[in-house]
Design a protein around this ligand. Structure first.
Ligand code: A2P
Ligand code: MG
Ligand code: MG
Ligand code: MG
Length: 375
């Protein structure tokens, strides 16, 4: 059943988005928070220097922007609901900033955060405030009550590589994703259905005409707007359930060690997909699927990799509200109610309903063929 609200392609008035919907206040607070964090990320990406990267234990580069964006989102959500005790499940923690060796980085983060807060009319924060805000993200989450879910920069490799990345904020209410917002600072505004993929994946930070915000409210649709204005008009979006597999474009990770490019190529071949894959970093792929720029997203990480809820929460509700389907490789819906981890069968498949069924079938067939070859 199509969700309530305006027709796809219809433009809805400037903020507040979906006034009167059950979580309209939270949705608009989330959009504001993601806009502020995206501004900070844009500034840092434009000034990126090697001195601002440190290596975490998992070998992923972390920048001042990850911490700064997490602090800003926590600040904005707290400001929007001053009386509330915010529970947030977020990727970063402040451990390395509390260490004396992190003092210079903390100072840099605090400066950056304060420059964005000043533009938003807020009072400056101390380093201690910034650490407390980052640590709001340490919630274990779960299936009861309300939890914000944040990846302050998804696609860190894309961020440091001057490619795509996203600020991803979702909200869980009693185990279900009630709303999701994706800030995509480097995504071109225009559709790029006809693009061969390379130009978009390699698109540069800071170019004019880039920056999209995707937002969805469970039961009330998915929307897109420009990212940089405070209250721009939104347009309702919908997935493109192409009638023929040969017309489908599939998306996957830019990084081959994040997702098995050989397996997805076999699945695509089995389906009769002929267009080359669109390889991009981060949850921007969920946004593109939701507005019909591509029709398939597949993610098959190494079996040793365990997914986290912040890497999919916002993107999934946006795709579902745009009329798409998201499951694991066995066809089960993703369960965000079990804490910080997202346990699933092999990988993630997102697509409009007809195409999704075809992908599931092809994944099973290719899996059987591989098992047969291995036997
Ligand atoms: N070894 C890995 N395998 C799979 N995914 C990874 C790995 N390392 C980091 N990631 C995460 O994969 C996601 C990026 O998705 P994509 O591959 O589509 O760009 C990010 O959440 C990234 O984390 P992070 O948020 O730290 O960047
Ligand atoms: Mg990371
Ligand atoms: Mg991530
Ligand atoms: Mg991240």
């Amino acid at each position: 059943m199509a969700p309530a609200g305006p027709a796809p392609g219809a433009t809805v008035p400037a903020a507040p988005l979906l006034a009167g919907a059950p979580y309209a206040k939270e949705l608009n607070a989330a959009c504001d928070a993601v806009r502020l964090a995206s501004k900070l990320c844009r500034t840092v990406q434009q000034q990126l220097s090697d001195a601002e990267k440190v290596d975490k234990l998992d070998d992923s580069p972390v920048t001042v922007a990850d911490y700064g964006a997490q602090a800003l989102v926590a600040w904005a959500l707290s400001r929007a609901d001053p009386g509330a005790r915010i529970s947030m499940v977020a990727e970063e923690d402040s451990a390395s900033l509390k260490d004396p060796s992190g003092a210079a980085m903390l100072q840099r983060i605090t400066q950056l955060v304060n420059s964005v807060i000043a533009e938003a009319g807020g009072e400056p924060l101390t380093g201690h405030d910034v650490i407390d805000l980052i640590d709001l993200g340490a919630s274990p989450g779960g299936g009861a009550g309300r939890h914000w879910v944040l990846d302050p920069i998804d696609g860190t490799r894309g961020f440091v590589g001057m490619r795509q990345y996203a600020v991803c904020l979702g909200m869980l209410q009693d185990g279900d994703v009630a709303l999701g917002v994706l800030g995509c600072p480097n995504l071109p505004r225009g559709t790029f259905k006809e693009d061969d993929g390379g130009a978009v994946a390699a698109s540069r930070s800071g170019d004019a005409g880039r920056g999209l915000l995707f937002a969805a409210h469970r039961g009330h649709g998915a929307y897109v707007s420009g990212l940089w204005d405070a209250s721009p008009p939104f347009t309702r979006i919908r997935v493109d359930d192409v009638a023929e597999n040969s017309a489908a474009r599939f998306m996957e990770s830019f990084e081959s060690r994040h997702s098995d490019h050989t397996f997805t190529a076999e699945v695509a071949r089995h389906m009769g997909v002929t267009l080359p894959p669109l390889r991009m970093d981060s949850q921007v792929k969920y946004g593109l699927l939701s507005r019909g720029d591509a029709s398939i997203f597949m993610r098959f990480p190494p079996s040793s990799y365990r997914e986290k809820i912040w890497d999919h929460c916002a993107g999934v509700v946006i795709v579902e509200e745009a009329g798409g389907k998201v499951t694991d490789a066995s066809g089960a819906r993703l369960d965000f109610s079990r804490g910080r981890w997202l346990d699933l069968d092999r990988g993630i498949i997102a697509a409009p309903p007809r195409v999704h069924a075809a992908v599931l079938e092809a994944v099973a067939a290719v899996g059987r063929r591989r098992d047969g070859e291995g036997a």
